[in-house]
Design a protein. Structure first.
Length: 42
């Protein structure tokens, strides 16, 4: 789940980690997944 905070390091989400690392392709995929997930009620 890209919106869950991890207990590893700084309690950040996968999306925050991708953004902080400058991994735009990964961050974009995570944003898309979160958008799709919100649109279908899950």
């Amino acid at each position: 789940d890209p919106s869950l905070e991890t207990r590893i390091d700084d309690y950040t989400t996968a999306l925050e980690d991708a953004d902080n690392a400058g991994f735009e392709a990964g961050a974009s995929l995570l944003r898309d997944a979160m958008t799709r997930r919100g649109s279908n009620g899950r």
